[in-house]
Every structure is written in structure tokens, then in C-alpha cells.
Design a protein around this ligand. Structure first.
Ligand code: PMP
Length: 282
């Protein structure tokens, strides 16, 4: 198949799938999601993504009745039906189906499970990218991967309208993360990234980069950094499942980074090698 959609046990092409209007995802964005990229029909870090959606769900009081193993097998069943060597696997869990109402205590059915798989490419980690900075206007649920993404959508659109690829969000002086990525810097050979709190998503790519740094002997600092520290860093980069590890060359039109390509390339190349190994492409 060229793509596949899944909704509560039903499958079809994505463009042919219909869902009930009363699914709470539609009215409230009442759900959580996750995304992995798939190469050679192997989804990257699939267990970590499944763990995260169960964690995100439980943080918004949704209990997924199925086991993680069931979830994985269901997703693999979809992945295996789609042609192509490079795919995106998207999945979400919403609170369920009920007439619109804020309170969900009378909800009778279980959560709804959504997924799709379609061809997609990673962003090229061998190019450099442009960022803009914007005040972070999201609420304090940033560690939960909810489908409530309005501030991120608006910020990302603003970045593209300004000729950039990513919006770098900050609360006052403190850089939090990108509109759909984590932001990290290199300074004097040290990899620095924001600590895990309710202001950022615990990115799976971020976690892998930290492990790669540990392996390569690159010191890691999980501490907040300021806009100024970012602008003066040796390298500034974003990480996400759809990008792995990509560097900025301008932020707000000002040249940044370019002073430690050696360390950046070592991390990026190690990640690329890890991806190929995990997906049986070596
Ligand atoms: N932060 C935000 C806000 C994101 O949307 C994403 C991408 N989903 C990330 C970070 C990166 O997360 P991951 O590395 O798990 O894709």
C-alpha cells in the first residue's frame, strides 16, 4: 500500500479514513501523540516512543487499556503494509468518543487509537538551517506530548514566513526548545541542553545525543542557557525524530555557530551510523 491509516481497529488509505466528530481529539485536542521514522521497515527507537505515549497519556489521566506489546505489534502490522524505505509512523491516543463537554467523568468507552504510516524523508542533517527566536507562549504541559499544538503551529508558521525553518522558543532570557525540536549548543567542547522539566519535551533524539556524547567523551551539561549564550555558542543545533541532529547557521538573520564543526560532525555522524545500524542498513 502507498500509505495506511488506523482508527480504533479500522484501516484504510489515509485520505479515505473518516473518524467520528465526537472524538474528543476534534473538539479539545484531548489526546497525546508520538512519531517515529522508519527505515527498511524498522521504526527507530520504537520502544522509547511507545513508552513516551503511555507516559504522556497517564500524565493527562488517560489509561491505555492495551499492553505496550499489543501497541507495538499493531504499529508493526501497519508499517509492514506500506511500501518504501523511508516512512513516518505517527500515532495518537485521544480520550475517547462522547458528546462535547469539558468534564470527562461520564465517558463510557475507552480511549481512541489513531495511527498512520506514509512515505517521508528525514530533514537533511548535512545542510544548515535558519532559526528565529520567539517568546514561548505555551502552557506548562510541554513535557507531555499532547496534540494541543496551537502555539507551536503558529510559531513554526512564523519561522517559515520569515524564511527560516525553525522557531526557537524562550521564556524571558531562557531558551526552552524549538517549535518541534529540542535545542542544544556546543561551547568549549561541552554539549549543553535544557534540563528535563515541564518547559520542554523529553526528546528521544535529545536522549540519544546525550548517550552519543557520553560514548564519544564529550562532556554533557543539562542546564538552561540564555539567548545570548546561544548566539555566542560554538554550534547551535536542533534535534528531533524527523531531523536527528541539524545545525543552525543563522538565527534572526545573524550568523551563529560554525566554530566547532568537528564536534558537531562527530555527534551527527555517530547518530547517522546508529540509525543505519538499528535499521539494518549497514
Ligand atoms: N520538542 C518538541 C516541542 C517537539 O515537538 C519535538 C518533536 N516531536 C521534540 C522536542 C523532539 O522530540 P523527539 O526527538 O522525540 O522527536
Amino acid at each position: 500500500m502507498k500509505n495506511i491509516a488506523y482508527y480504533n481497529g479500522k484501516t484504510s488509505l489515509i485520505e479515505e479514513m473518516t473518524v467520528p466528530m465526537n472524538d474528543r481529539a476534534c473538539y479539545f485536542g484531548d489526546g497525546v501523540y508520538d512519531v517515529s521514522y522508519v527505515f527498511n521497515h524498522v521504526p527507530m527507537a520504537i520502544e522509547e516512543h511507545i513508552d513516551r505515549i503511555y507516559r504522556s497519556a497517564s500524565l493527562i489521566d488517560i489509561k491505555i487499556p492495551q499492553t505496550k506489546e499489543w501497541f507495538k505489534q499493531m504499529l508493526m502490522g501497519l508499517v509492514n503494509q506500506v511500501e518504501g524505505d523511508s516512512l513516518i509512523l505517527y500515532f495518537q491516543v485521544s480520550r475517547g468518543i462522547a458528546p462535547r463537554g469539558h468534564d470527562y467523568s461520564a465517558l463510557s468507552g475507552g480511549p481512541s487509537i489513531w495511527a498512520y504510516v506514509k512515505p517521508a524523508q528525514l530533514i537533511d542533517a548535512y545542510q544548515s538551517y535558519r532559526g528565529i527566536t520567539l517568546e514561548d507562549k505555551r502552557f506548562f504541559f510541554c513535557h507531555i506530548k499532547t496534540i494541543n499544538l496551537l502555539p507551536s503551529v503558529l510559531a513554526n508558521h512564523q519561522a517559515h514566513a520569515a524564511g527560516a525553518e525553525e522557531a526557537i522558543l524562550h521564556r524571558g532570557d531562557r531558551v526552552t526548545e524549538g517549535s518541534h525540536s529540542n535545542i542544544s549548543i556546543l561551547k568549549n567542547g561541552v554539549f549543553q541542553t535544557a534540563p528535563l522539566d515541564e518547559l520542554i519535551l523529553p526528546g528521544i533524539t535529545r536522549a540519544h545525543v546525550i548517550r552519543i556524547c557520553n560514548r564519544l567523551g564529550i562532556p554533557v551539561k543539562e542546564e538552561p542557557f540564555t539567548l545570548r549564550e546561544m548566539m555566542e555558542a560554538d554550534e547551535v543545533f536542533f534535534t528531533a525524530s524527523g531531523a536527528l541532529c541539524c545545525r543552525f547557521d543563522t538565527i534572526d538573520g545573524i550568523p551563529v555557530g560554525g566554530k566547532d564543526m568537528k564536534t558537531f560532525s562527530a555527534i551527527r555522524d555517530a547518530y547517522e551510523a546508529e540509525r543505519k545500524k538499528e535499521c539494518g542498513l549497514l
